[in-house]
Design a binder for this molecule. Sequence first.
Ligand SMILES: [Zn+2]
Length: 302
Amino acid sequence: MQTDRQPADAPAPATDSILGFTVPGRSARGRVVRLDATLDAILHAHAYPEPLARVLAEALVLTALVGSTLRGDEGQMTLQAQAKGGPVDLLVCDYRGGELRGYLRFDPARIDEVGPQASLQTIFGDGYLAITLDQTASDERYQGIVPLEGDTLAQAVERYFESSEQIPTLLRIAVARDAGRWRAGGLLVQHLPASELGGPRLHVERGHPDWEHVAALGGSISAAELVDDGLPLDMLLWRLYHEEETRVLPAVALTRGCRCSAAYIKGVLARFSEPELAEMREADGMVKVDCAFCATLFHIEV
Ligand SMILES: [Zn+2]
């Protein structure tokens, strides 16, 4: 196993970071992520019932895994579930340059319907999952959509990659809560055309022996390993892939990030007419707006 880090560098962090890797001999790449304080900060801002906090935690891990595969730091990846018929009708997460944020919308009267092992059908009813990639540098925007089907969001995202991108993908996610603190971890492994990794292009297919091998090794990861904050991410990769020639990329720190600001909200409010603004003003003359992503409450004078 090789690493791009110099020997003098600090070891890879155990948490709130993401580590990329490739297995060039098998035309595979992947990401491994662990979230701790970042996840705790996002979830505590919303105070969702526990089963829904778990759903959002899983979505945030998926967003970090997929978003960090974007080239460059400027792109944004958005994962959005829209549905009707279940307790949750909207879930949105995005990732940009190591910054994560997310929220969901639910009907409090129906929260009892969501048990610990609730399926996507139970949580969302019928809906779809959209993954949008915005490459800021090139102004390119790409969106792929799959039905919200399967037991978990991770399964829906695996299907997204298979159907929209023809990229065989393995995802494993775990979420834990100890003494009120949230932790989560995830692994993504993908089989890519070799051209993207510097070799001749391969025909990508699910049954390819190289893919079967890296997927079997990746699939051996346990939920306990994914959320063990005493197990650094590079050690976790070593456990999975030490028999392969694996290249590990520099770790990227993950933080809770939101791009809301009073100036931005003021700009949005400026598009409303004076009678509409008069409706929105409260007794003190201010308009109160809260950011859906981070729950920050703004008092705006317009
Ligand atoms: Zn915000």
